[in-house]
Design a protein around this ligand. Structure first.
Ligand code: GAR
Length: 203
């Protein structure tokens, strides 16, 4: 479980935070071996190149199907003996081609307290709804949209004068710390899944 591939489509701040955590010795036995992106021009891809982390940059539209796109990814993951997939702003649903060989070994971070505000623009959804508390969820990935078992959650208070930008900034701060802790626990085999419930053992 210690050889990790991070998947990202966006600016890559969570990916960068995980890479920093590893450098600082805070990722347990976890080692980021690969950055996979469906957006070769993304900030995440750029950051990986700068950090000297190998990249797999594939455009889904260059493939005849989602399944063929993912089959290419699985082949590369197996070549590199990847044990854990960490989604960090990877904005695509995953098919059984990837889910089956990596069952219970794919995790995601989402910027709300699931099951509230699944899907895209969770921060905007929370602001529009008018909730006073939102937060961050790390969860197992299944075939649904943000539906897998919850591993960890943290709350973030919504302030009266918050904009999407100010709230996103505080949520990102919480994400970066929480994700490193959960990835470390996962890499060290300290997460147990019983039905839909997870238990994280302390070090
Ligand atoms: C993060 O806030 C992550 O929680 C969210 O995308 C952002 C990526 O930021 N993911 C989702 O909304 C997944 N449904 P980053 O590229 O700076 O890490």
């Amino acid at each position: 479980l210690n050889r990790i591939a991070v998947f990202a489509s966006g600016q890559g701040s969570n990916f960068a935070a995980l890479a920093e955590a590893q450098k600082a010795g805070k990722l347990g036995s976890g080692s980021i071996e690969l950055l996979v992106s469906d957006k070769p021009e993304s900030g995440a891809a750029q950051r990986a190149v700068e950090a000297g982390i190998p990249t797999l940059l594939l455009r889904p539209k260059d493939f005849a199907s989602r399944e063929l796109y993912e089959a290419e990814i699985v082949a590369e993951l197996q070549r590199r003996d990847i044990g854990l997939i960490v989604l960090a702003g990877y904005m695509r649903l995953i098919t059984p081609v990837l889910l089956t060989p990596y069952a219970e070994r794919i995790i995601n971070i989402h910027p709300s307290l699931l099951p509230a505000f699944a899907g895209i623009d969770a921060i905007g959804q929370a602001l529009n709804y008018g909730v006073k508390l939102t937060g961050v969820t790390v969860h197992y990935v299944d075939g649904g949209m943000d539906t897998g078992p919850v591993i960890a959650q943290r709350t973030v208070a919504v302030e009266d004068n918050d904009t999407a930008e100010t709230l996103a900034e505080r949520i990102h701060q919480v994400e970066h710390g929480l994700y490193a802790d959960v990835v470390a626990a996962f890499a060290d085999g300290r997460i147990e899944l019983v039905g839909r419930k997870t238990i994280i053992r302390e070090k």
